[in-house]
Design a protein around this ligand. Structure first.
Ligand code: PGA
Length: 254
């Protein structure tokens, strides 16, 4: 059974006090208001992971995620963070291949395949991001582009390994821009991704894969996006920085 997931990607935001306030509010609101079977994942900056984890103890509905990890298990990589480190502090999910990392850190599909491997080897569930630019959509190569991102970074996995992957479709033109993909555009791409996964791993694996939408999703548009049959949840950036709004997005998915 595919899981319903709403993940908050805090990106490079919040001081420690603000991060603690946000997690406390989210945990309380989720406890009081969310009754369905949605899995919430909070992905704060690395430096707050250990602190935030303390606020999530006993909260199985709210899991902890990181925003990236290195492709090697350890070594001379100043400033980087390795998957075994994340595992050792109780992190459960890791966002991999976010378009901002592809753009600003030059992450490639081949490098992401390695990151996916190391994350899985250390018990982390990758939230693998894919998505096209506006130019690619206008040139009508967006379907091929996103299919290739999956093929090159994920399709070396065994079916058992692939079962642990969560995919987030995030059209770059919709991230942080206030421009959301229409529910038709989201559904169209999600259906195509599921078909692509089915072509490689079979219908059952494809049916069980959680496909999240990301890109200016918020409390106003979440219900319509989540009503799409192939949209299983969301990866939420800006709207995850406000506890009330983020909880409303979670409630739209439960
Ligand atoms: P946004 O970001 O919701 O602010 O558009 C989503 C993301 O980049 O994960």
């Amino acid at each position: 059974m595919r899981r319903k997931i709403v993940a908050g990607n805090w990106k490079m935001n919040k001081t420690l006090d603000e991060a603690v306030a946000l997690v406390s509010e989210v945990v309380n609101m989720v406890k009081d208001e969310v009754t369905g079977d949605v899995q919430v994942v909070l992905c704060p900056p690395f430096v707050y992971l250990t602190t935030i984890r303390q606020y999530l103890q006993g909260q199985s509905r709210v899991a902890l995620g990181a925003q990236n990890c290195h492709e090697k298990a350890s070594g001379a990589y100043t400033g980087d963070i390795a998957a075994p480190m994340l595992q050792s502090i109780g992190v459960q999910y890791v966002i991999l291949g976010h378009s901002e990392r592809r753009q600003y850190a030059g992450e490639t599909n081949a490098q992401l395949a390695e990151k996916v491997n190391i994350a899985l080897a250390h018990g982390l569930t990758p939230i693998f991001c894919c998505g096209e630019s506006l130019e690619q959509r206008q040139a009508e190569i967006h379907f091929d582009f996103v299919r290739t991102q999956l093929t090159e970074s994920l399709f070396h996995l065994s079916p058992e390994q692939f079962a642990d992957i969560v995919i987030a479709y995030e059209p770059i033109w919709a991230i942080g821009t206030g421009l959301t993909a229409s529910s038709e555009q989201a559904q169209e791409m999600h259906a195509l991704l599921r078909e692509h996964i089915a072509g490689k791993y079979g219908a059952e694996v494809a049916d069980n894969t959680s496909l999240l939408y990301g890109g200016s999703a918020n409390e106003k548009n979440a219900a319509e996006l989540f009503a799409c049959p192939d949209v299983d949840g969301g990866l939420i950036g800006g709207a995850s920085l406000k506890s009330r709004e983020f909880t409303n997005v979670v409630k739209a998915r439960q």
